[in-house]
Design a protein around this ligand. Structure first.
Ligand SMILES: [Fe+2]
Length: 236
């Protein structure tokens, strides 16, 4: 009788803990809103309105999926989470894919501009600390873009060693380097250029560079350096 009572109490306590956990999680569901990039649609040299507006639609779908997945996570069964197959695992995996998909697209569209300007000297000097020359940096980023699959070529500031590297991210969530902040982002998924360039990825990358906003890259780098000071003072 005593054992049965203990068992009932454990089950009740477990249910209450589960309910508490779900309540806490449901109060903190993050919501993401798509940004407006329509100002780019008919304004970029070498990109059609159709190419950019359809690309933007894909971005908005990633944002929608982030919200959907976060909502579903509030009701997912956390007690059955496991590494082989579980709804909880699937949602977490897809959250990384869609969240990175949304964020990388925001960084990409934000570092394109209808008013191209040559890279500011301050940025060129920063790049020359880690590359032999500005042209070497551009060539490395171009090659990174050519070598990336359906994914991304990313210039990132590495907080670990304070240096700038170009990285490949395949899909949205494969080979993502830890401790790195993206400062220039090139989409290399075919959907980014297929309408205007077919399979001519080289032609697309050339057009990307002709519209790259180097001032945005400089601002991101400066912001990374400010955060770097904070990190140095922290205990991590
Ligand atoms: Fe894309």
């Amino acid at each position: 009788m005593f054992l049965i009572l203990v068992l009932v109490l454990c089950l009740m306590t477990g249910d209450m803990a589960m309910a508490d956990l779900k309540e806490k999680m449901s109060m903190k569901v993050p919501t993401m809103e798509a940004k407006d990039f329509s100002y780019l649609f008919d304004n970029l040299e070498g990109f059609s309105e159709k190419q950019l507006s359809q690309h933007n639609e894909l971005y908005e779908k990633y944002v929608g999926k982030v919200n959907e997945i976060n909502g579903r996570l509030t009701n997912a069964d956390v007690m059955s989470a496991n590494q082989n197959y579980s709804e909880f695992r699937s949602l977490k995996v897809e959250l990384a894919h869609n969240l990175n998909g949304a964020i990388l697209h925001e960084l990409y569209f934000s570092n394109l501009t209808p008013d191209y300007q040559d890279p500011p000297e301050e940025l060129v000097e920063m790049i020359k600390q880690d590359f032999a020359s500005w042209n070497d940096y551009i060539e490395d980023l171009r090659a990174t873009g050519m070598a990336s699959r359906a994914g991304w070529a990313v210039t990132g500031y590495n907080y670990r060693d304070g240096k700038i590297y170009n990285f490949i991210i395949d899909q949205h969530d494969l080979h993502v380097p830890a401790y790195v902040r993206p400062v220039m982002v090139m989409d290399t998924w075919e959907h980014a250029f297929m309408i205007d360039y077919g399979i001519d990825k080289k032609g697309y990358i050339k057009a990307f560079f002709a519209n790259a906003d180097w001032n945005v890259m400089l601002q991101r780098l400066k912001s990374a350096l400010q955060t770097d000071d904070l990190l140095e003072k922290s205990t991590i």
